[in-house]
Design a protein around this ligand. Structure first.
Ligand code: AMP
Length: 284
């Protein structure tokens, strides 16, 4: 596995791969890799001749009071996991390499970035779209793989690629969970043992919501209320938002017709955890 830290070397390498006809699969990450990341990498490995993984903790997607400085990092372990999965290139640029002082351009997707995580983390999605757009221009992948755990991020990036006519397949893959249901996340490292039961209310409340839809309940507010009750039953939790929205454009819904997204963001101790479920009337 090649480890590349500069943009020009990465671009040259991708040019060579494309020139020899290789299809490039790309998995952008912020590192501290877990099974969720590895599932994306394995799929990308299967579907492409070359697998590029990036690890870059992107400062522009963190707010001033967020956890950029303390975000968990372990490059050595990450590199060995990437090797095990059969990654060809690990791209790990530094912050100065990605954001020279001269850089003044932002990529911004309107509308769907203003709700859910966008409402509580102003500027977050501009940071995400800008860095992913840059990474796409550097790695020049044919296909890029994202987790549906970050459903809004996936949806926003899908929109960006469509709107800017980027010739890249955006592939969204299911959330990988711990055995007890907790969605895997690098931020789970922040959880103390006694916070674990608080964290489990997220997946438990998603199950309860699916059950309500199965029972014929179509009122988004009733589902939000039930979910809120389950999460608030644990003293270690503090809800950021609980929202049932349209699964395509993420706008509020007055009733669930076919497909809705139930999205949650909850603070458990110092960790801000997110999770979601797509609620489908036929076979949720
Ligand atoms: P991150 O390192 O948190 O920026 O995540 C990098 C990629 O891994 C994103 O596309 C995430 O959606 C995805 N990802 C994170 N956690 C999971 C998970 N539990 N299951 C599937 N994909 C995930």
């Amino acid at each position: 596995m090649k480890i590349i830290t500069t943009i020009t070397e990465m671009q040259d390498h991708s040019d060579r791969l494309r020139h020899q006809g290789d299809r490039i699969g790309f998995v952008p990450t912020m590192g501290f890799l877990h099974e969720g990341h590895l599932s994306l990498m394995r799929r990308a490995r299967e579907e492409n001749q070359a697998l590029v993984v990036s690890i870059f903790v992107n400062p522009t997607q963190f707010g001033p009071d967020e956890d950029y400085d303390t975000y968990p990092r372990d490059l050595e372990k990450d590199a060995s996991l990437c090797r095990e999965v059969g990654c060809d290139v690990l791209f790990t640029p530094g912050v100065d390499e990605m954001y020279p002082q001269s850089s003044v351009t932002t990529v911004s997707v309107a509308g769907m970035t203003e709700t859910l995580c966008g409402a509580s983390r102003p500027g977050h999605f501009d940071g995400v779209t800008t860095v992913v757009c840059k990474l796409f221009n550097i790695v020049r992948p044919h296909a890029a793989y994202f987790g549906l755990k970050d459903y809004q991020q996936y949806r926003v990036l899908f929109q960006m690629v469509q709107d800017l006519n980027m010739n890249i397949h955006i592939i969204g893959l299911p959330t990988i969970r711990e055995e007890d249901g907790l969605a895997m996340s690098s931020r789970n490292a922040y959880l103390y043992d006694d916070e674990r039961s608080g964290a489990l209310t997220l997946s438990r409340s998603l199950d309860a919501a699916r059950e309500m839809v199965r029972e014929g309940i179509r009122d988004p507010r009733a589902i939000e209320q039930k979910v809120t009750g389950i999460i608030e039953s644990e003293p270690t939790t503090r809800i950021d938002y609980v929202s049932v929205v349209d699964a395509d454009d993420l706008t509020p819904l007055s009733t669930i017709d076919e497909r809705a997204l139930l999205a949650l963001a909850v603070f458990v101790g110092d960790a801000r955890l997110i999770d979601n479920a797509v609620l489908e009337i036929n076979g949720n």
